[in-house]
Design a protein around this ligand. Structure first.
Ligand code: FNR
Length: 370
């Protein structure tokens, strides 16, 4: 196997499909309703072409960035995705170790299957914590405090999930909410029935019901104020795809905006994130760094996102494919592959540093029609 490693993310995806039960592969891989946005998240990258510059000395490529005061060797970050134990029994601990081995920032999901404390003590690394807001604010506040006291450096508030998107594969497969290790002890056990793996295949409505019963659909801009009042950590808002909301996010004091459509798992026919990025970047006008996720599968995708103004990109499913196929080593290899692909793409485009990945290195559809 070690001599015959996958050579790209697509091959990892195929291995993951073979390795996982159909229900779990579909849960990871699927999107909302017609999956139009799911396809377009990837297809939209294909519609952007590169404009390489040649005869530049590219013997040294520096991919490093600074995000919220932290120096990082590469702009590729691990997105928050739930329930890594569905992909591998070691769960988020394996992912955290893989990310740390690559000096890559990991955002730990609220819906993690390993505890905040376990992940924090598994290895030294800079990590952010992703939050959903519960109807019972005390539960969310407790999670923020746990993350803060265990050294997480920022809170990523996901704002695109007032209700769960309609993921039809999960409905068909009767998928229910997998265990959320961090909620035990925070909610009455009766309310946690979906958190028990033994219920996994019993009732297809439970994933959606779980979110409806627990997450707060009244979440609004004033809750960003509330979150600021309970933590001194910087707050990133994840799930913004319009200039209007980007401006509001800056006004609300967000430290960063993450252009995301939740990997196309929420609102179908939302724009592909790479198509929405430039609108957000222009609206923000440099006030805060803008990140993007959704559909990043190649180093060239990362280069395109940076050329359109992203400070960094996050990857979700690719890391889970690596984890499912080969555990911690697979997740690490996926991150390494993307880093190597980015390095090569930068060299072939004549960019020696991320600062040199300027807007003129890409040609979008809009540019062609202009
Ligand atoms: C997610 N995503 C997500 N986002 C979030 O804020 N909290 C979460 O718990 C999850 N859980 C989750 C599970 C799975 C299986 C997937 C695939 C995605 C969305 C994630 O952070 C990110 O926005 C997308 O995964 C990015 O798209 P790609 O890279 O998967 O195409």
């Amino acid at each position: 196997m070690e001599n015959n490693l996958p050579v790209n993310i697509r091959e990892y995806q195929e291995l993951a499909k073979k390795a996982l039960p159909k229900m779990h592969y579909d849960y990871i891989n699927g999107g909302a309703e017609d999956e139009h946005t799911l396809r377009d998240n990837i297809a939209a990258y294909g519609r952007i072409l590169l404009r390489p510059r040649v005869l530049v000395d590219v013997s040294n490529i520096d991919m490093s960035i600074n995000l919220l005061g932290y120096d990082m060797p590469s702009p590729i970050i691990v997105a928050p995705t739930g329930s890594h134990k569905l992909a591998n029994p070691e769960g988020e601990v394996a992912t955290a170790r893989a990310a740390a081995a690559c000096n890559t920032l990991m955002v730990l999901s609220f819906s993690a299957s390993c505890k905040i404390e376990e992940v924090a003590s598994s290895c030294d690394a800079i990590r952010f914590y992703q939050l959903y807001v519960f109807k019972n604010r005390d539960i969310s506040a407790t999670l923020v405090q746990r993350a803060e006291s265990h050294g997480f450096k920022a809170i990523v508030l996901t704002v695109d999930t007032p209700m769960l998107g309609r993921r039809e594969a999960d409905i068909r497969n009767k998928m229910v909410a997998p265990a959320n290790a961090n909620l035990e002890g925070l909610m009455p056990i009766d309310d946690l029935d979906t958190a028990h793996i033994s219920h996994l295949q019993t009732d297809g409505s439970k994933l959606e019901k779980y979110v409806r019963d627990t997450l707060d659909p009244s979440l609004s801009w004033k809750d960003v104020e509330w979150l600021k009042s309970i933590t001194s950590l910087p707050i990133l808002l994840k799930g913004i795809v319009t200039a209007e909301d980007a401006r509001k996010a800056v006004e609300a004091g967000a430290a960063s905006i993450i252009v995301s459509n939740h990997g196309a798992r929420q609102l179908d026919y939302a724009p592909a994130t790479i198509s929405a990025l430039e609108e957000v970047v222009k609206a923000v006008a440099g006030a805060v760094p803008v990140l993007v996720d959704g559909g990043v599968r190649r180093g060239t995708d990362v280069l395109k996102a940076l050329a359109l103004g992203a400070r960094a990109v996050m990857v979700g499913r690719p890391v889970l494919y690596g984890l499912a196929a080969r555990g911690q080593a697979g997740a690490k290899h996926v991150i390494e592959m993307l880093n190597r692909e980015l390095e090569l793409a930068m060299a072939l485009c004549g960019c020696r540093s991320v600062a040199e990945i300027t807007r003129d290195r890409v040609q979008t559809e809009g540019d062609r029609f202009r």
